[in-house]
Write a protein that binds this ligand. Structure first.
Ligand code: MG
Ligand code: MG
Length: 257
């Protein structure tokens, strides 16, 4: 079911979104060769908790009921890992790309946002992949307006990524967000303009293109969480939680200046 938010609910979602934004900004500063993923997780958990929120992802059940729930505060995914990487004592190395995905639950609402960060100097291809993936997110946000449809968002992402020779991950999607981390509907990151669900003011969603340097196929690692590219090539991911309004979408997880 699609849930429309009242203005007072959007205020709370903005607060959850700012906690996520502050956390990601702090993590980004710390991404350097030598730091471990567990250290980044600890920093994130501390910042989220200090703001009176809790980490949205810890305890999220696996789609496989026999697999463990997500064990950490944030997701950390390196290189060919697309999403849902589990923070470990693994140290970052020069030239890698790290995807940081952060969710915070505050006063009954979730914020959800992700960035891709180069570790030191990275290849031209990695740099381009990161840049284009962020462009995909903003192209999507630009068309996330009342009167448009979910297909417009998917098409905006696809039409930004594919001309550059990159592919759009099909097996994981953008989603409604609010009282639940995944609320109400999924939103494909590819599609056709004018198709899909009509966007209305009060809709809140996490738009999150996952873009691969190679093929769009994915598989899940033995830990039952980490999603990787099927061909071992690089992947990038950016995400914002947005609210549909009568005009431009409000980006709830953008850091207020
Ligand atoms: Mg996320
Ligand atoms: Mg999400």
């Amino acid at each position: 079911m699609v849930v429309l938010k009242s203005p007072s609910e959007i205020v709370l979602m903005r607060q959850a979104g700012q906690i996520v934004a502050v956390t990601l900004a702090e993590l980004k500063e710390r991404v350097k060769p030598g730091i471990t993923l567990a250290e980044l997780d600890e920093v994130a958990d501390r910042i989220i908790t200090q703001h009176g929120a809790i980490a949205s992802f810890r305890g999220v059940p696996n789609s496989d009921p026999d697999a463990p729930a997500f064990p950490a505060a944030i997701c950390t995914s390196i290189n060919e890992e697309i999403v849902h990487g589990i923070p470990s004592v693994r140290r970052l190395r020069e030239g890698e790309i790290l995807k940081l995905d952060v969710g915070a639950y505050y006063k009954g609402y979730h914020g959800d946002s992700a960035i891709s960060v180069p570790v030191g100097r990275v290849s031209k291809e990695a740099e381009e992949l990161i840049r284009v993936t962020e462009e995909c997110l903003w192209a999507a946000i630009t068309v996330a307006r009342a009167g448009n449809r979910t297909g417009d968002i998917g098409a905006a992402i696809q039409n930004t990524a594919e001309p550059k020779g990159f592919s759009v991950v099909r097996e994981y999607t953008s989603h409604g967000v609010g009282r639940e981390l995944h609320e109400g509907f999924t939103l494909l990151n590819y599609g056709k303009e004018g198709q899909g669900m009509l966007l209305r003011p009060g809709l809140t969603m996490a738009i999150e293109p996952m873009i691969n340097a190679g093929k769009w196929g994915t598989k899940v690692k033995k830990d039952r969480w980490t999603v990787v590219t099927i061909d071992g090539k690089l992947s990038a991911h950016f995400e914002h939680t947005v609210a549909i309004t009568d005009g431009e979408a409000e980006v709830l997880t953008r850091l207020d200046s």
